[in-house]
Design a protein around this ligand. Structure first.
Ligand SMILES: [Zn+2]
Length: 239
């Protein structure tokens, strides 16, 4: 019989932890900010392959319970997020808001380009495929009480975490940052290490180097507050 000394035991533990760190994928700054260097699967709605496969499994399981899950939004590039930002910024400036007011108004609902979790290929906005879709899909009232997607939401509350998907912007009282988004789910196994890596990105440098309207008003102090509230004040299971 083999008898392990405590030193042997420690060495084995050390080796196992090394193995674990080897299996982690390193994401580049480009990948973390939606500017390429990320392998994606899918045609219209793109996600990382592992996320896509986990989603398919969840979708099939839901279908057995007569819930038809559909993706409303998956991967989004930096350029796409920048288009959204610039369009909103110009509209608010033409309504005579100051640059600071325009930026505050945009970030109530939209992310600063480069900071969206949709850049990672791990996050999805989901709806239920019902016979008659409402005009506005991603609004809270569709998902709560007897809303049109409330059966989907109840199923997700019970099952999504079994498939690796977690709500990001939950309805915890006093959570800051983005408002409650009962449609936005994240595949934790990949988004958790990506968030850790993302926090190392020099966002000021990135935002000053791109064609982003109002970027000179995005100061380090503003960005720190945004990071604390909009990036980090999320479902505690994801950070
Ligand atoms: Zn989303």
């Amino acid at each position: 019989m083999i008898k392990f000394s405590s030193t042997t035991f420690l060495i084995i533990l050390l080796l196992l932890s090394r193995l674990n760190s080897f299996s982690q994928v390193n994401y580049s700054e480009l990948a973390l900010t939606g500017r390429g260097d990320l392998e994606l699967a899918g045609t219209q709605d793109k996600l990382q392959k592992e996320v896509f496969e986990a989603f398919k499994k969840m979708q099939q399981a839901a279908l057995k319970d007569s819930i038809s899950i559909k993706i409303a939004s998956a991967y989004r590039s930096f350029d796409r997020q920048q288009e959204i930002w610039n369009r909103k910024y110009e509209a608010y400036i033409s309504e005579e808001l100051t640059p600071q007011e325009a930026i505050e108004k945009i970030i109530a609902y939209s992310t600063i380009p480069g900071t969206s979790r949709h850049h990672w290929g791990t996050d999805i906005d989901l709806i239920e495929e019902v016979v008659k879709l409402p005009e506005r899909l991603l609004i809270e009232e569709n998902y709560i009480n007897n809303g049109i997607f409330s059966n989907f939401k109840k199923w997700m509350d019970k099952n999504s975490e079994k498939y690796g998907f977690y709500l990001v912007y939950d309805d915890t009282v006093n959570r800051r940052g983005f408002k409650y988004e009962p449609w936005h789910y994240s595949y934790k196994k990949l988004s958790y290490p990506m968030l850790k890596e993302f926090l190392k990105v020099d966002l000021i440098k990135l935002l000053q180097s791109v064609n982003l309207k109002g970027n000179k008003f995005i100061t380090p102090v503003f960005l720190q507050k945004y990071t604390n509230e909009n990036v980090l004040d999320i479902n505690p299971k994801l950070k």
